[in-house]
Design a binder for this molecule. Sequence first.
Ligand SMILES: [Mg+2]
Length: 366
Amino acid sequence: MNPVTPICLSEKLRGCLLGGAVGDALGAPVEFLSLAEIKATFGAEGIQNYAPAFGRLGAITDDTQMTLFTAEGLLCSYVRGALRGIASPASVVSHAYLRWLWTQGMESKKPKPERVIGLLWGVKELHSQRAPGLTCVSALKAMTQFTDSRASNDSKGAGGVMRVAPVAMMFAGEPENASQAFSLGMQSAALTHGHPTGFLAAGAFAVILHAIFCDENINVGIDRAKQYLAKQDAHEETLSSIEKGVALAGTDLRPDDAIRNIGEGWVAEEALGIAIYCALKAVDFRHGVLIAVNHDGDSDTTGSMVGQLLGATYGISGIPYDWLSPLELREIIEQVADDITDHWSWNLDYMSEAYDEAVVKRYPGG
Ligand SMILES: [Mg+2]
């Protein structure tokens, strides 16, 4: 990764959310293709640009949908804390994930209310299935109430780690809250993924991103994540995949060979290892996300995670405009990023004349 000139926090937060969506959209057409099939379709260099998926160019998938709902849940929790004095962030996030499930046209055991509220429910483009992950769907369908408890399955699919970037964003600029980013990253993923690796990888990813948001570099974040992991039970395969990603980034192996050594990214520790490898290897945003989507495995998830890491590092101005401009839901993604930047300054005192009523409508937490 090349050195970075200092950029402001709002640029990093926009870069993270938009960069993740760009990587997701680049990977969407090739998610289920092997590298050989990608090359047969797009030429010897593999996919280099947006190609049609879900009927358009720049289409996001479930990775970005669920990342947005994580952000909405965290902001609703912040509003709830301010209005009521108490909130369990993971539990409010579980409510947001049920809203996502309902956008997929599916029912949960917890009945859907007659009137669903919140910013994202009103975005009609989100009411669309984009190859939703089976574990996320089945765990959410089984939910009978809002909860902060760990799912009762044994899945370590990448559907938990792919969606926790907003946890790191909420603690941006607060180095003292790295361990909170770790815990809440784990809790948010564990709502649907009960295997330790399924949520430990998510906690580690949140810590790595969080370091970038605190003007530390990715290597500091990786070291911190390893320290936190070492104190957890059943951390071995997550730690080993992180170490593999770092070690391979120090070699001259071709990226597709290096990624094959880590895995395909369908499971959480492989997605994390691949994301770390690609981010460390990247000379710029374009290079990093292109190596992240050209492999045999879960291209949209690894593309999304690398896009988040590099978007946070280089900021929105580091993302090529030809990818940013046609990106689906660009305005809404940017608004959510800006709301995370601004949430500390919201006036949530309902007795005050400057009460931010629009905010409470977007992120109802009462
Ligand atoms: Mg996807």
